[in-house]
Design a protein around this ligand. Structure first.
Ligand code: GAR
Length: 194
């Protein structure tokens, strides 16, 4: 059965597009019911519009608390009968309201081999550290910063001294790994490492 998902993003939205294109090619039996962003002017909004997918934009500081905006988000997700929340460059910690409503149903992609380089600018952190191999991780979301149980990983060789080329490799790896992982997850075919 087609899995109903929401994609949360704060930036460019290339992972959103890769997921939608996999759906369009028939590789992933899912439907993106809604895109949610905390950055109303981010490029993700235009990308979603091109695919005729509804967007909910919000500005966190217009709410009195995380609990307040997450309550509105949960209502929207429930209206759209969303089963899984897919974070794709959503740069905010998920709070207790969303975690409680979507327990073990929130997934994130992160541009490093976790637990190395959690948090912001993971690619910059890897380059600054001088690692030769970095990569990408898909994991369940818990209350921590990039700490939840790991679902899948792929290694990426750093292009020394070339951030742009390293980033391009990371994004290409993400676009493949996210859709193949989601496919297995929705088919209940993943054994957790933890
Ligand atoms: C991706 O590289 C994703 O792994 C990263 O943001 C980028 C979003 O790109 N996420 C994080 O760093 C989360 N901690 P996109 O907007 O082109 O999909």
């Amino acid at each position: 059965m087609t899995t109903k998902i929401a994609v949360f993003a704060s930036g460019s939205g290339s992972n959103f597009q890769a997921i939608q294109e996999a759906i369009d090619r028939g590789e992933l039996d899912a439907q993106i019911e809604i895109v949610l962003t905390d950055k109303p002017n981010a490029p993700i909004v235009k990308r979603a519009e091109k695919f005729n997918i509804p967007v909910f934009s919000f500005i966190a500081k217009h709410y009195e608390s995380k609990e307040a905006y997450e309550t509105e988000i949960v209502n929207i997700l429930e209206e759209h009968e969303v089963e899984w929340v897919i974070l794709a460059g959503y740069m905010r910690l998920i709070g207790s309201k969303l975690l409680a409503s979507y327990a073990n149903r929130i997934v994130n992609i992160h541009p490093s081999l976790l637990p190395s380089f959690p948090g912001k600018d993971a690619i910059g952190q890897a380059l600054a550290h001088g690692v030769k191999i970095t990569g990408v991780t898909v994991h369940f979301v818990d209350e921590g910063m990039d700490t939840g149980p790991i679902l899948s990983q792929a290694a990426v060789e750093v292009v020394e001294g070339d951030r742009e080329a390293t980033e391009a490799r990371i994004h290409a790896a993400e676009h493949k790994l996210y859709t193949t992982t989601l496919k297995k997850l929705f088919a209940d075919e993943i054994n957790l490492i933890h």
